[in-house]
Design a protein around this ligand. Structure first.
Ligand code: UT7
Length: 326
């Protein structure tokens, strides 16, 4: 088999802001209870960025941790992609701000906007650089301050989201062209713009000039999630040439424990293989997969050589999945 270049994850890092907001605290602000939130979503708490802490600060800290884990420094980084839907400013891109804050040399830096699916989309974009040897050291970051988009009078959404960031370092790695190779092995990305009304923000630069608030028909999104995600996972597994049953760890977007379990069940994935962090940080949109990955690697469950299956779904609607070997 001829040699191929793969994009290998060589370091992961996560960052959550200091301020913890419990379900109990939210129940003093809106008509909800800890019991309702835990039973319907699995969420116990979320973290909220300080008023003077823009998303680039969260992204920069997660990136620092991922670089340290990879044994790299900012001087090595030639590509930064940030998946976010809550940028510091309309422009420049958060990626360019992170580049400045880290002190990276002039290179490539831009953002990807696919809401909760952003990290999976960003990985596939980065793969286009790294697996062609056009980047030697890339940072792919999912970072969000979703609490800034909340309508704090709407109990159907404000209890579901939190702030945070996660990052991975991607480096080119020679493989044999088999599924035993280290690196990104397969993808499936999807979008269906006709479902916009199910999940969107009611503000924007070229509509009303406002930041806006997140609006969601939760039970409709829920219905689409399990079916759509399962299809994308099956397609990504086929793209990678692996069986879903052969994955070591399933690392889903962390929106709702019931969705995680529903997708795992539909795909026949053992519950013990599911990394779940939704209880700790709620739905952090594009940050949730790298945060869960950082948790699984950090606590020693996920080991080098393990086969990982990532999936996400969010506004757009967008959804997608990725298979990689660590
Ligand atoms: O990351 C992007 C993707 N997003 C998602 O994946 C989210 C998908 N959706 C979900 O996770 C769930 O649909 C929710 C957690 C949002 C809602 O759970 P549900 O089981 O689908 O509940 P529901 O929307 O059907 O609402 C059931 C009841 C309603 O009351 P009535 O009409 O039955 O009297 C709601 O008003 O629960 C009520 N409710 C609440 N009650 C207490 C809604 N939010 C709350 C709340 N506290 N926070």
């Amino acid at each position: 088999m001829s040699k191929v270049v793969r994009s290998a994850v060589t370091g992961v890092g996560g960052y959550l802001p200091d301020r913890l907001v419990s379900n109990e605290e939210l129940s003093t602000r809106v008509d909800t209870t800890d019991e309702w939130i835990r039973e319907r979503t699995g969420i116990r708490q979320r973290y909220q960025a300080a008023d003077d802490q823009p998303v680039s600060d969260l992204a920069t800290e997660a990136a620092r941790r991922a670089l340290a884990a990879a044994g790299r420094t900012p001087a090595d980084v030639d590509l930064i992609i940030v998946a976010t839907t809550t940028p510091d400013l309309t422009f420049p891109a958060v990626a360019a701000i992170v580049q400045r804050k880290l002190g990276c040399p002039v290179g490539i830096a831009f953002d990807v906007q696919a809401v909760c699916s952003g990290f999976v989309y960003a990985l596939s974009v980065a793969d286009g650089f790294v697996a062609r040897n056009r980047s030697k050291c890339a940072l792919v970051i999912g970072a969000e301050t979703m609490t800034r988009l909340m309508d704090w009078t709407d109990r159907t959404t404000c209890v579901l989201f939190g702030d945070g960031a996660g990052a991975v370092v991607l480096e080119p790695c020679e493989g044999e062209g088999t599924t035993a190779d280290r690196g990104l092995l397969g993808f499936a990305l999807r979008a269906d713009g006709t479902k916009q009304d199910l999940l969107y923000v009611d503000g924007g630069v070229s509509t009303n000039g406002q930041v806006g608030h997140l609006r969601m028909q939760g039970n409709q999104v829920f219905r689409h999630a399990v079916v759509n995600i399962s299809e994308a996972v099956t397609a990504a597994a086929a793209d990678a040439g692996i069986e879903v049953a052969s994955v070591d760890w399933f690392i889903p977007h962390q929106a709702n424990q019931r969705i995680l379990e529903g997708v795992a069940k539909r795909l026949g994935i053992d519950e013990a293989k599911v990394i779940s962090t939704v209880a700790i940080h709620a739905n952090t949109s594009a940050a949730s997969i790298p945060l869960a990955l950082a948790q699984g690697v950090g606590d020693g469950r996920i080991k080098p050589g393990d086969l990982l299956l990532l999936e996400a779904m969010g506004g757009g609607l967008t959804w997608g999945a990725c298979v990689l070997r660590l």
